[in-house]
Design a protein around this ligand. Structure first.
Ligand code: GLV
Ligand code: GLV
Length: 355
């Protein structure tokens, strides 16, 4: 191979390796058993010649790594993730390295996990499973593990992009929930879907569903029964959910997070869960992964899973393939405009929704 492409982790499937090998690339896969590679580990992998790298969301891709990659002749980096808060895109741009991510293929898989956590929290699946396994079930009782009915309740979505919209559709169509959402951008297709589905229900003599685009995030927090977080993580969304925002939510609300841990002030959440036993959460991500804030693991009203939202076989193979294509496209000099996965600059306070 004329080009050297490094993957910092073995990735699912073989298609991504074939794609690169068929196009003059020698693929090197790091076999270090350590789960999280340090900047030093990655510098050693880059070495003196490296054309592109496929990296992971656990790695800190900043100035140091991008300038090393550029010195080694590299021009391409792809995260194997849709989120790229671990990547300093400005530093990459300054160094002349293009950055890719892997949206699309994980939308439904991630939304399905958010829906799973919503249902598991509403029906107290994990607590009930533990109870059963502990041999505590000694007969049916009217009060045993009573949870929340979703039908007719309101689902709140914070960040109605691809994943948030897919999740909303599942909850609306599957459980006939009403929608309230907050996003800088109008989710036009989602609104149209809810309107059409509401008309369908009405025509069939059923209670229709409705949608509302909230003017503020607080409106969603106050009104929704189940709230799922789908923003990107940047300085505008850090600790979006904190002591104050938790205090305005319903006492028996369900909160789900499959975005990024630091979107929630996790210590404040632990305190909130302790004093509000009817409030339940489903968490896929944590503020200081792989750790949980003290107390969280002991709480019965929290369901916790280890950042597995995109973990279906089809999706993970697709993410690996997209990451490989991102790197290959740049190395081969395809025009950037044909690369749908080159990341956009982060949204910040200054960006405003298009008219
Ligand atoms: C996973 O968390 C991703 O951003 O793809
Ligand atoms: C991420 O893919 C999103 O737009 O929700």
């Amino acid at each position: 191979g004329k080009y050297r492409v490094v993957s910092t982790k073995p990735m699912p499937g073989t298609r991504w390796i074939r794609l690169l090998s068929d196009q003059d690339c020698r693929v090197e896969i790091c076999t270090d058993k350590k789960t999280i590679l340090s900047v030093e580990d990655i510098l050693a992998l880059i070495g003196d010649k490296c054309d592109g790298v496929i990296g992971q969301l656990t790695e800190d891709w900043g100035e140091v790594l991008f300038s090393a990659l550029r010195r080694a002749g590299g021009t391409a980096f792809s995260n194997m993730a849709v989120g790229y808060n671990n990547v300093d895109v400005d530093a990459a741009t300054k160094c002349g390295v293009a950055v890719g991510n892997t949206p699309g293929v994980l939308t439904e898989t991630t939304a399905e996990l958010a829906a799973s956590l919503s249902l598991a929290a509403a029906r107290r699946i994990v607590e009930a499973d533990e109870f059963m396994r502990a041999g505590l079930y000694d007969g049916w009782l009217p009060h045993l593990f009573v949870g929340n009915l979703l039908k007719g309740q309101t689902v709140g979505v914070i960040g109605a992009g691809r994943i948030g919209s897919a999740y909303a559709r599942m909850m609306i169509e599957g459980f006939k929930m009403n929608l309230i959402y907050y996003d800088l951008y109008q989710a036009t297709r989602l609104e149209k879907f809810v309107t059409a589905y509401g008309q369908f229900l009405k025509a069939n003599g059923e209670q229709p569903v409705s949608w509302k685009r909230a003017a503020t995030m607080e409106d969603v927090l106050r009104e929704a029964d189940v709230i799922s977080l789908h923003p990107i993580l940047d300085k505008t969304t850090y600790h979006l959910i904190n002591k104050e925002s938790l205090s305005i939510m319903k006492k028996d609300a369900i909160l789900v997070n499959c975005s990024r841990g630091p979107v929630i002030d996790e210590a404040a959440l632990v305190e909130h869960l302790k004093v509000n036993p009817m409030f339940r959460v489903g968490l896929d991500v944590f503020e200081d992964e792989p750790y949980m804030k003290p107390g969280l693991a002991e709480l019965k009203n929290a369901i916790v899973v280890p950042h597995i939202a995109s973990a279906s076989k089809w999706t993970r193979e697709g993410m690996a393939t997209l990451a490989a294509l991102n790197v290959l496209g740049k190395i081969k000099g395809y025009p950037v405009s044909t690369d749908p996965n080159q990341v956009e600059p982060f949204l910040d306070e200054k960006s405003s929704p298009p008219a």
